[in-house]
Design a protein around this ligand. Structure first.
Ligand SMILES: *[C@@H]1O[C@H](CO)[C@@H](O)[C@H](O)[C@H]1NC(C)=O
Length: 287
């Protein structure tokens, strides 16, 4: 057996236990995990780091990003969206790398006028190219309570989940020539901004600034992921049992749930948009 610890057995055990404690405490503290990126005091970390709120007014939105970069992982965030008349607002939770040929995995929540449903917009970019949108309505009111939004990203597939229910799977089809995000480390981002030129009912419904500031709340961020530090990758999960994400796919129950969501709640799928792709649907849509 390869000797991996050069200390006494007890010291090694102590260090291992401490390392896992550190990882556990990190999970879910916004002070440790995130930096505010724009909007100044419109972004607030509250309750000792357990809660984070973003707000939007006529002058600016706000946002934050993870301190660390990751290459593959399971990223969970609980979010409560802007209540009431949220028309024109867009709330986001996504992963992205840097640069022109960047990779990105998106959840965007497009607000609506009171009584009308939010649209959940998902997209995947690989090497700078997106155009892989799927949109959904929800089976609950996402502004009434917190719900868990998850991006699971491993080398074989990306799974979008809401309250642990898979809503979309984007498979690695590199073998058929479809680029897949797998070598650029990504950060976690979130933001709340005004997009009333396009977001709600195609841009026809504008943001009602008399209702500002608009606020969305985040909590319980958890990354069971490979953190990239310099050239090294370190698993940051709080225990080995949490590594399931690295090979996770859908079992029969998962496929049933996915079918249920896609049949009842999907409102747009680029793979069905023949008008948009007059020269033929993208390769992955035909597989
Ligand atoms: C807003 O509500 C309308 C009417 O129910 C719906 O068609 C639309 O998808 C909803 N979402 C957005 C972002 O416009």
């Amino acid at each position: 057996m390869k000797k991996t610890c050069y200390l006494s057995f007890n010291e090694c055990v102590t260090i291992l236990v401490m390392a896992s404690l550190v990882a556990t405490t990190f999970a879910g503290n916004f002070y440790d995990d995130m930096d505010i990126t724009f909007g100044g005091a419109r972004a607030k970390i509250l309750n000792g780091g357990q809660d984070l709120t973003l707000s939007l007014d006529q002058y600016s939105g706000s946002g934050f990003q993870s301190k660390h970069e990751y290459l593959f992982g399971r990223f969970d965030m609980q979010i409560k969206l802007v209540p009431g008349n949220s028309a024109g607002t867009v709330t986001t939770f996504y992963l992205s790398s840097q640069g022109a040929a960047h990779d990105e995995i998106d959840f965007e929540f497009l607000g609506n006028s009171s009584g009308n449903p939010y649209t959940i917009h998902t997209n995947v970019f690989a090497q700078g190219k997106g155009d892989k949108e799927q949109q959904f309505h929800l089976w609950f009111d996402p502004s009434a309570a917190f719900h868990t939004y998850t991006i699971l990203w491993n080398s074989q597939r990306i799974i979008f989940l809401i309250d642990n229910i898979p809503i979309r799977v984007f498979n690695n089809n590199e073998a058929s020539g479809v680029p897949f995000p797998k070598s650029q480390p990504m950060r976690v981002y979130a933001s709340l901004w005004n997009a009333d030129d396009w977001a709600t009912q195609g841009g026809r419904v504008k943001t009602d600034w008399t209702k500002a500031p608009f606020t969305a709340s985040y909590r319980k961020f958890n990354a069971n992921a490979n953190m990239v530090v310099g050239a090294n990758q370190m698993p940051t999960s709080s225990g080995n049992e949490n590594q399931a994400w690295s090979t996770q796919g859908l079992d029969a129950a998962g496929r049933n749930r996915l079918r249920w969501v896609q049949t009842k709640y999907m409102i747009y799928n680029y793979c069905n948009d023949k008008k948009r792709f007059p020269n033929g649907l993208p390769t992955e849509c035909k597989l």
